[in-house]
Structure formats: structure tokens, C-alpha cells
Design a binder for this molecule. Structure first.
Ligand code: SF4
Ligand code: SF4
Ligand code: SF4
Length: 420
């Protein structure tokens, strides 16, 4: 086992291979607060990549309803239980120490074991399990099911629907392969058929090398590697790499966001490439929208960072769900992320307008300041809203989009009132 640095955990951890990082890393932010659960993303991926024989049950992108839903069924509950059991057997606890947070460890220090560390002495690289066929069968299990109301006649709560926690709640959880920095699937593959591309960090399975042992299916804690019976190999999200390479006919030669990202009517997704430095850390890139929101504002957080794979899909947590549930899911940064999202800074509000306004990946933004348009009190503090304009630039430094905080209103001239 090698020692590698995992910035989500704020410490070194053991991993079967030494550190090796791509030049740029595929990253996305999903704003859970805005998702309408329409599954357009799910359909777009299915229609592009998994419409063939043997792929019927494969949903590389899925949207499940938390807390009850999961594809495969109960995937995260099962992994969390396994990790918990490993801690109990070792007489250890899994705590976060937020007091030591710094630039290299923005969420503090994770004192527990990762899935790789918990596997020490078991003969496996990672602890995990192979889901049953029954568990893969119902991708929409639990969809739109809320937890029940606690109080009131007829079960209707008088005061259960106000922040910070709703008494009856659910939220949509959008999922695809996290193109992890330290992929568990790659660690477990006995054929070395899984690799991380040096140009963009996308994790792929070499179909010529794969022999279908399903070690990756068992090892991936997010259950995003899937077995295909008709080919006898495992498959997973390919990060729509032709689009990321700029080879899509529409792309004009610059990197494009993936299929599941660009179709999103809820405008919850922003996808791009962040630059890595020579030490394998994110190079400082102050005006990159993903760098700014994840590293500076810390408004978006990794999913189950304690698993130890350093996933590269980040989530703006839902404001209304119980905080204990969110802390378990996104780590200790939840309260700060929700506070910053609820009362965004002037710059954050402008940058958040960039979600889903162009199919091109945005590599840099600029802001043109506009007038003060609204004042309010949020969380007991004064808050101002400015009609700033944010400009996004593509991979060749060209202006790709320009959008203001206040959506412009276009009035149809009276001469055309009755025309369609
Ligand atoms: S999410 Fe799973 S399949 Fe994707 S890179 Fe991470 S460990 Fe591998
Ligand atoms: S990135 Fe592409 S391959 Fe991956 S889930 Fe989205 S649409 Fe599917
Ligand atoms: S397309 Fe967007 S809004 Fe619809 S389910 Fe997917 S992530 Fe949510």
C-alpha cells in the first residue's frame, strides 16, 4: 500500500497505488435545492450510452429520492453499515476534527478509517459488496416518498415546514460516477483494466482487458460500475469523453459539458475541468467557477467523503433536510455551505447564474457590477442583491455566455399580441 494525500479527509491515507494525477480533473457541482426530479438527465444518458442489449438495467446517471430511495436498493445504507462495523470491530470511532481546518484540509481532519483502510487484513483492497439482481431491479424505488409528519391531527403538522429542518422531507439525489481521484474500482481490479485518463481524470474500463470478475462492482462504494451479461464485462459512465475532448460536432473545438449535464431543465448542474498543479492539488484558479464555489466559498461538498475515494462530483446540500443526515452524507462542511447558499455573497449570486446557460465548459468568469435591486433580512442579517452581469469564457478564452442576476423581461409589442 502507498500513502496518498486526500484533501477531503485532510490527511494521508493508504491506497494500492502511489499518487499520480491528471493535468486537469473532470468536476461537477449539483445544486440539490433546484432539482425537480424530472429524470431528463437519466434519459439523456440512457439514450446516448446504454440503450443496447445487456444494458437494460444500467442507469449510469440516476436520480433517487432520499432518504428511502437508492439504486441499487439501500447501497449507501449497506456501505455505511459495513464501515461502521469495521470501526466497531477495531474499537475505533469515526470523527471529524473541524478545528484543524486549513487550505489543504478545508473540512478538517477525518479520524476514522476509509473503505481501503478498513479492508486491511481482509485480503481485499476495499470493503464492499456485490448487489443482488433484485437490488438492481427498481431504480425508482422510494421515488417521491417523504418521511412522515410527526405531529398534529390527521398527521398534519402545523409547524413542520419551516427551516432549518422540515418534519416531513425528502430530496432528490443526482448520481453518476464520481471519477474519483482514488477510485475504489481501479484499486480492486485484478486485471488492471481500469484507468484514469491523464488529460481529464475521467475513469474508464478498458473493455479489451476486462474479464468481468466484477471486483469493481463490489468495490465501488457508489455502485457506479455495472456488469453486462451479454459481453461478460463491466461498464460505467464514460464522462461523455468525446464531448469533454471537444470532438462533438456542436462544440467548435472546445470542451463541452456532458449529456446528462446539458439537458437539465432544473439548471442544477455545472460541469468543467479544473487544473491540477505539479503536486497533484488543485492549482489556484480564482476566477474558475468550480474552483471558486468549491474551494473558496465551500458551498458545494463531496458525497460521503469518509469513503476515501475523493469523489469529484460536489453537491450544494438541501436546506430543509435534517442536519444530522446531511452531516453523515456530506461531512462537516454542511452548516457553512447551507448558510452561504441561503444568503449568498454578491459574487456567489452572480456566479450561480452560470448553471446551465451554455453547453460549453466555462474556464473563467468576469463580473460587471450592476445596481442594487433588493434589500432583505436573511437569517437575522441584512442582505443585498445586485443586478450584476457574469460573463463566462470557454476553453479558448472566448466569451461563451453573458447573463445578469435579474432575468430581463421582454414585452411583446401590442401589434403582435394575438400572434403566435
Ligand atoms: S464512483 Fe465508483 S466507478 Fe466511479 S471512479 Fe469512483 S469508485 Fe470508480
Ligand atoms: S457523463 Fe455522460 S456517460 Fe456519464 S452519466 Fe452523464 S451522460 Fe452518462
Ligand atoms: S435533469 Fe436536472 S432537474 Fe431533472 S432530475 Fe436530472 S438533475 Fe434533476
Amino acid at each position: 500500500m502507498a500513502e496518498v494525500y486526500n484533501w477531503h479527509l485532510g490527511r494521508n491515507m493508504s491506497y494500492p497505488y502511489p499518487e499520480e494525477h491528471p493535468d486537469r480533473q473532470f468536476v461537477a457541482i449539483f445544486n440539490i435545492n433546484r432539482c425537480i426530479g424530472c429524470q431528463t438527465c437519466t434519459g439523456a444518458c440512457k439514450a446516448t450510452w446504454t440503450f443496447s442489449k445487456g444494458q437494460e438495467y444500467m442507469w449510469w446517471n440516476n436520480v433517487e429520492t432520499k432518504p428511502y430511495g437508492g439504486y441499487p436498493k439501500y447501497w449507501d445504507i449497506k456501505i455505511l453499515e459495513m464501515l461502521d462495523e469495521a470501526h466497531q470491530n477495531a474499537g475505533q470511532s469515526a470523527e471529524w476534527d473541524e478545528s484543524v481546518a486549513n487550505e489543504q484540509a478545508p473540512y478538517g481532519l477525518y479520524n476514522g478509517m476509509t473503505l481501503t483502510e478498513a479492508a486491511a487484513g481482509t485480503g481485499d483492497e476495499v470493503i464492499g459488496y456485490l448487489p443482488s439482481e433484485e437490488e438492481w431491479r427498481a431504480p425508482n424505488f422510494g421515488e417521491d416518498s417523504a418521511t412522515k409528519y410527526k405531529g398534529g391531527k390527521l398527521g398534519i403538522s402545523q409547524d413542520g415546514a419551516s427551516l432549518p429542518e422540515h418534519q416531513a422531507w425528502f430530496f432528490y439525489m443526482q448520481r453518476l460516477c464520481n471519477h474519483c481521484t482514488y477510485p475504489a474500482c481501479l484499486a480492486a481490479c485484478p486485471r488492471k483494466a481500469i484507468y484514469k485518463r491523464p488529460e481529464d481524470g475521467i475513469v474508464l474500463i478498458d473493455q479489451a482487458r476486462c474479464r468481468g470478475y466484477r471486483a469493481c462492482v463490489a468495490a465501488c462504494p457508489y455502485k457506479k460500475s455495472m456488469y453486462r451479461g451479454t459481453t461478460g464485462t463491466s461498464e460505467k459512465c464514460v464522462g461523455c469523453y468525446p464531448r469533454v475532448e471537444g470532438n462533438d460536432p456542436l462544440s467548435d473545438g472546445v470542451p463541452m459539458e456532458t449529456r446528462c449535464m446539458t439537458v437539465c431543465p432544473g439548471k442544477i448542474r455545472l460541469n468543467g475541468l479544473v487544473t491540477m498543479d505539479e503536486n497533484g492539488a488543485w492549482a489556484e484558479d480564482r476566477y474558475h467557477p468550480l474552483y471558486y464555489m468549491i474551494r473558496m466559498e465551500k458551498v458545494a461538498l463531496p458525497l460521503y467523503p469518509q469513503f476515501g475515494t475523493e469523489p469529484n462530483i460536489y453537491y450544494i446540500p438541501p436546506r430543509w433536510a435534517p442536519r444530522a443526515y446531511l452531516h453523515q452524507m456530506f461531512g462537516p462542511g454542511v452548516d457553512e455551505a447551507i448558510a452561504r447558499y441561503t444568503a449568498p455573497s454578491r459574487e456567489l449570486l452572480a456566479v450561480m447564474q452560470l448553471f446551465r446557460v451554455t453547453q460549453k465548459m466555462i474556464f473563467r468568469y468576469e463580473i460587471e457590477e450592476g445596481p442594487l435591486v433588493h434589500e432583505a433580512e436573511v437569517n437575522g442579517k441584512p442582505w443585498q442583491m445586485y443586478d450584476d452581469t457574469v460573463i463566462g469564457f470557454d476553453g479558448q478564452g472566448r466569451e461563451a455566455v453573458r447573463i445578469s442576476v435579474v432575468e430581463p423581461i421582454h414585452e411583446r409589442p401590442s401589434i403582435r399580441l394575438n400572434s403566435i
